[in-house]
Ligand binder design. Structure first.
Ligand SMILES: Nc1ncnc2c1ncn2[C@@H]1O[C@H](COP(=O)(O)OP(=O)(O)OP(=O)(O)O)[C@@H](O)[C@H]1O
Length: 292
């Protein structure tokens, strides 16, 4: 894992009752970066988040973490795509979740109130979550994921049900978390919206990462190296795996020809790895800004 890497999936696959849902997915998540995962219904976005969270076991492949906790453990906050309509009030539920996460009773209430104020949950005193709107449940969901001050925050479809104002609040929360060094992975159909928040967007379909693109905001003025190479037939999976190599900003594949845009600091290492893996290099060029 690179210096900033906190979690890595290596050739991770997931099957449910013999049906392959994710196939040989490799990715690395770095401290302070926001990664968007987009793709059509059933493409495996939620499954990928559960594998990253460690909530679902890999059928094959490896998951490695390198957090700042004891023995390299990593604090992960996970907001699933919906919360059930429980009979608890938001505060009862969040208090329970905070105690599971090991928060001291004395700090629990303060933390919960701070976060609820941040998301502006307008519930009535004593109102149970089963009477909450979709947007209100979504806000409680986000708060529960943030209770343990995660180093890695995973959000599954966080914008569903949020009005424009709440989406704005979410966007600025994510930005300040990123500045604090929190890594964020957000899965959604709302590609345009979450793409604006992300450093990288992974597009998945049929259980595979089909492309990786840096967001337009993050590429402005950015310097890169463009490596064009040829992979032997039958090595498409390996070619794709390099799209997630540390420092790779963007990747485009056209049959055997693959183009990788990489951070200049990582380009030598990427070149070496590509050659060692059996790819042959056609050209290397330097540039900045839009990757064409
Ligand atoms: N626990 C499970 N048991 C069996 N199949 C499952 C299970 N969870 C997910 N699947 C299947 O895995 C595939 C991927 O589902 P997943 O929920 O990861 O996709 P998704 O991209 O998040 O979809 P959506 O956008 O609709 O939320 C689907 O075909 C789904 O039916």
């Amino acid at each position: 894992m690179n210096l900033n890497g906190i979690l890595r999936l290596i050739q991770a696959s997931k099957q449910y009752k013999g049906k392959t849902v994710l196939q040989r997915v490799s990715l690395e998540i770095n401290r302070g970066e926001t990664v968007a995962v987009t793709g059509p219904n059933g493409s495996g976005k939620s499954t990928l988040l559960k594998l990253i969270a460690g909530l679902s076991a890999l059928s094959s492949g490896k998951r490695e973490v390198s957090g700042s906790g004891e023995g390299g453990s990593l604090v992960i906050g996970y907001a699933p795509d919906h919360l059930p309509k429980l009979k608890f009030t938001a505060r009862e539920y969040l208090n329970h979740m905070a105690s599971i996460r090991g928060l001291e009773a004395a700090t629990r209430t303060r933390k919960i109130e701070e976060l609820l104020e941040l998301v502006d949950l307008r519930d009535r005193p004593g109102q149970q979550m089963k009477f909450f709107s979709k947007g209100m449940l979504q806000k409680v969901n986000l708060v529960q994921a943030l209770l343990g001050d995660p180093e890695l925050l995973l959000l599954d479809e966080p914008v569903g049900g949020l009005d424009e104002e709440a989406q704005g609040v979410l966007a600025s929360m994510l930005m300040s978390l990123r500045q604090k060094g929190t890594a964020i992975v957000v899965a959604s159909h709302e590609q345009t919206l979450i793409g604006q928040w992300a450093d990288r967007t992974l597009a998945i379909s049929d259980g595979r990462i089909q492309s990786v693109a840096a967001s337009s905001a993050s590429v402005e003025g950015k310097r890169w190296r463009r490596i064009v190479c040829q992979w032997p037939k039958g090595r498409e999976e390996d070619a794709k795996a390099f799209a997630n190599w540390p420092g790779t900003i963007r990747c485009r594949m056209e049959r055997q020809e693959v183009v990788y845009w990489t951070d200049p600091a990582s380009s030598d290492a990427l070149l070496r790895e590509l050659l060692e893996a059996g790819a042959s290099i056609d050209s290397v060029a330097a540039g900045s800004g839009r990757m064409v």
